[in-house]
Design a protein around this ligand. Structure first.
Ligand SMILES: Nc1ncnc2c1ncn2[C@@H]1O[C@H](COP(=O)(O)OP(=O)(O)OP(=O)(O)O)[C@@H](O)[C@H]1O
Length: 225
């Protein structure tokens, strides 16, 4: 899974990000880290193929995606959201899988309600159920913990670990650096649309010359600017 973004942006010929190159391996979690406006979402949008201006190559398999903000159909119930996805795959077992995930995230009693009227955390749970319904080689998670209660957070961590053990790769974009440090095998640190540093925690610590946390590494890099 190779990402090689030469230039990408929202306006023709104006790049928000440049020279973002990294690869992801099966069974590993890559953390995409950076301050507001650093280019994390633009990187993800480039990978999804929806950025208006793009130069480079993206080689990724089919993926599950949790967007930064829940994307829901206004007039679709939770059941209809799931049915829409299940119809695409024509796998009978997917409804059983959906029931398991709905129960896991405690939204199994809301199948006939409209998710646009759900609470923020419940909408996030809907996005997670949709993203994890089909087993994929890659999951792209943009701020997946946003709004989740502690129980749902724990269930999501277990789910990520299970899929990782089965060989899935993850790209995890988050500002929760303690969580990222607990989960990720590698990190891409972005600043002003470019890669500032990349590597494992110990590689980043070696760059700084101190055995410090990911949060402190982030501050160190910010301080050097
Ligand atoms: N829809 C858009 N139209 C034009 N420019 C945009 C748009 N979205 C983002 N940008 C610009 O692209 C740059 C990178 O933004 P991006 O959303 O990728 O940052 P981010 O790292 O995801 O930030 P955050 O942590 O705040 O979500 C910023 O300069 C921003 O102003």
């Amino acid at each position: 899974m190779e990402i090689d973004i030469k230039k990408a942006g929202y306006i023709a010929n104006q790049s928000s990000i440049e020279q973002i190159e990294f690869s992801m391996q099966p069974g590993t979690i890559t953390g995409l880290i950076g301050g507001n406006g650093a280019g994390k979402s633009t990187t993800i949008q480039s990978m999804l193929g929806v950025i208006p201006y793009f130069e480079g190559t993206i080689a990724i398999p089919s993926y599950g995606y949790v967007p930064e903000r829940p994307l829901l159909y206004e007039h679709f119930t939770l059941r209809e959201h799931l049915q829409f996805l299940i119809d695409e795959f024509k796998e009978k077992t997917l409804w059983d899988k959906a029931e398991q995930l709905l129960t896991l995230f405690q939204i199994d009693q809301r199948l006939d309600d409209l998710p646009i009227y759900f609470s923020k955390g419940m909408q996030q749970k809907v996005m997670l159920v949709l993203a994890f319904l089909v087993e994929r080689p890659l999951y792209i998670l943009d701020e997946p913990f946003m709004g989740l209660d502690p129980r749902a957070m724990r269930e999501l961590l277990v789910l990520i670990e299970e899929r990782k053990q089965q060989g899935a790769a993850f790209l995890l974009c988050t500002h929760q650096l303690e969580m990222a440090e607990m989960l990720c095998d590698h990190y891409i640190l972005l600043h002003e649309g470019k890669i500032q540093a990349k590597g494992s925690l110990s590689e980043l610590q070696q760059m700084i010359g101190l055995p410090i946390s990911l949060l402190d590494i982030f501050y160190e890099f910010q301080g050097r600017l």
